[in-house]
Design a protein around this ligand. Structure first.
Ligand code: PBG
Length: 322
């Protein structure tokens, strides 16, 4: 035999010499859930590797992550029901604890890269990402609300704004609003191809943000489609996104690959709550080996084409690299 592919697998030294994909802590983004209060570290029942943190405990968690080499965090607020309304006014209220937390985190840890979430759902009494009228999600009237939210987040110190709402035209609206307010250096990481997936369940438990009526299928994408992902990415490129994102990750590896090869722009994949919960459940049952599964899973997402991976396993992965 002239060709014996096994020769290139014969030892760890040879294997590592020809390894094509590498994933390290610099590729990871750690999601964190923030609640009001102090001394809180509240485990999420359907996402047991993640917690709801108050600012003081979150500060410690961020400190620990920084020591492990994780310096990028995407933060989501759990807003008390009484602060929610139809138009998400609390999202840009100067007293908003999420905005204040960002300022304090950046004060304490100036080197961290903080990523926000822009969407109405955590603040909306309807639980939808956009404005609801007569049971419909109104696109264009949602845009100025998202823009106000984004400018407030930039002002608070977020480095990257993360619109997750899937309204048409939001990236451009947010870009113009940020620039007009002088935040030309604030980046936009757009949730470009966000599918109407059942895998967000644990996240909605964590934030208590289940839609009060209907579903998100008129704005999040149909899982059967990939052409739409190309259209969304094209628009986000034209509208000024600095990063594009595909979400979920594992069930949509083909979409990650397609967008990565079609567009020369940093590409992010969100290994979402339901994906992490499934993996966790199999591992706690002893059906899968967590120490091996976590790196293999994250590596697969990188191999598909993701430059960066958001995962609730980010910290655990960084620990395993130590
Ligand atoms: C909110 C938002 C969601 C997620 C990120 N931002 C949930 C949703 O759209 O209902 C899901 C993330 C996850 O499941 O880990 N706009």
């Amino acid at each position: 035999m002239l060709r014996r592919p096994r020769r290139n697998r014969k030892s760890q030294a040879v294997r590592s010499a020809i390894a094509e994909t590498y994933i390290g802590e610099q590729h990871m983004i750690m999601p964190l859930f923030l609640v009001l209060g102090s001394g809180i570290k509240d485990q999420i029942a359907s996402l047991p590797m993640a917690y709801r943190w108050s600012l003081d405990t979150m500060m410690n968690e961020i400190g620990e992550c920084l020591l492990l080499g994780i310096d990028k965090f995407i933060i989501f607020p759990a807003i008390p029901e009484e602060l929610k309304d139809k138009t998400a006014t609390y999202s840009y209220d100067p007293d908003n604890f999420y905005l204040q937390a960002a300022t304090k985190i950046k004060e304490k840890y100036p080197t961290v890269c903080l990523i926000s979430d822009v969407a109405m759902d955590p603040y909306s009494s309807d639980g939808h990402d956009g404005l609801v009228r007569d049971g419909k999600i109104i696109n264009d009237e949602t845009l100025p609300i998202l823009a106000k939210m984004a400018v407030a987040q930039a002002e608070a110190g977020f480095d990257i704004i993360g619109p997750s709402d899937m309204m048409d035209g939001r990236v451009e609206t947010i870009r113009f609003a940020l620039d007009a307010a002088g935040y030309t250096d604030t980046s936009i990481m757009s949730y470009t191809a966000k599918y109407a997936s059942a895998l967000y369940g644990p996240f909605r438990d964590a934030l208590d943000s289940v839609p009060k009526g209907g579903d998100k299928k008129t704005y999040q994408m149909d899982p059967s489609n990939i052409n739409e992902a190309l259209i969304e990415a094209q628009l986000d490129m034209e509208e000024g996104a600095d990063f594009i994102m595909i979400k979920p990750a594992l069930h949509y590896l083909d979409v990650i690959r397609e967008l990565k090869t079609s567009f020369s722009i940093p590409t992010v994949a969100y290994h979402v709550s339901g994906e992490c919960a499934m993996l966790y459940a199999a591992c706690v049952n002893g059906w899968l080996d967590r120490k091996k599964m976590v790196p293999e899973t994250l590596l697969s997402i990188r191999r598909a084409g993701a430059d960066l991976v958001i995962s609730y396993f980010a910290k655990e992965f960084a620990e395993s690299l130590q």
